[in-house]
Design a protein around this ligand. Structure first.
Ligand SMILES: [Zn+2]
Length: 286
């Protein structure tokens, strides 16, 4: 076998991002096995709004290198889907590095919670499509309980066109339908964000007429490309269902470290290459 490259590369792609991971081993003479040599540096690059079907849809238009490097020589997962509902940027990025969804990492939206000024108490609900934040102090001062306040706001959201809603109180009680969509909303729950309501958007709607967005549980937002390139991976196209939570577990395994405590993903063993051995090494791994 030829000398092993000095570095192993890994890459991932997402809708709330395209993710590029460079796993570098900077001292090639010191490692006994490229497979066992833990990367000393991992670089992750995420590009926003890269939809799951783009790689195959535009495959023939890509030149050498770049995306084709990963499609033709990397481990590409064609069916990677977020398993939560509010596919905003911040929860997605938190998922990549924590291996958890909002109910594990606590980040339910791009804002950590609604911010309300005491001098503007009339504005006690803020809408950030498809969520609403409630000023809990204002409602509590009016002796309105969280459950009632959130339900009233949710009903108002339906009046203005949202398909349905889940209140924070409801999610805390796991009171959702036992369906794939219901479980996506359960995974979107965080107890850390004050009082809030998560609206269920109508399919193919966005909150602003002026730009693109991603915030729904539907496949055009939840389906994201995932691809790796480098020595630890077995090149190929993998069409089984996977989730972005698998990234943290996979990288932790390759790095030889514990996965984050709340990580729920698994190691993508189907895409890992067998250990590398070097010829004339007397059986020692190289
Ligand atoms: Zn984004």
């Amino acid at each position: 076998m030829r000398c092993l490259p000095r570095f192993a590369r890994t890459r991932l792609l997402f809708n709330p991002g395209l993710l590029l991971v460079l796993a570098l081993n900077l001292s090639p003479s010191s490692f006994a096995s490229a497979y066992n040599a833990h990367p000393k540096l991992v670089v992750i690059v995420v590009i926003d709004q890269f939809r799951g079907d783009y790689l195959e849809r535009y495959r023939e238009q890509f030149g050498d290198g770049g995306f084709r490097l990963f499609l033709d020589h990397g481990a590409y997962f064609s069916d990677c889907n977020y398993n939560y509902a509010n596919t905003h940027t911040a929860p997605g990025h938190a998922t990549l590095v924590s291996g958890a969804y909002a109910n594990g990492h606590g980040i339910v939206a791009n804002a950590l919670t609604g911010k309300f000024s005491p001098s503007h108490s009339a504005t006690c609900v803020k809408f950030s499509y498809p969520m609403a934040w409630l000023d809990q102090e204002a409602f509590a001062a009016a002796h309105v309980k969280e459950r009632d306040a959130e339900t009233a706001v949710g009903e108002a959201m339906k009046q203005v066109g949202l398909r349905d809603y889940y209140t924070k109180t409801q999610l805390a009680e796991a009171a959702v339908p036992d369906t794939a969509l219901g479980h996506k909303y359960l995974n979107s729950y965080s107890p850390e964000a004050g009082w809030y309501v998560i609206g269920v958007p109508q399919p193919y709607t966005i909150g602003s007429a002026k730009s693109t967005d991603h915030a729904t549980p539907y496949t055009y937002d939840a389906h994201v490309p995932l691809a790796f390139y480098g020595l630890p991976f077995q090149p190929g196209t993998y069409r089984g269902q996977v989730e972005p939570v698998h990234l943290a577990a996979t990288l932790a395994s390759l790095l030889g470290i514990n996965a984050p405590t709340h990580a729920v993903g698994r190691v993508l063993t189907e895409a890992l290459a067998p250990p590398h051995y070097e010829e004339n090494s007397g059986g020692s791994r190289k």
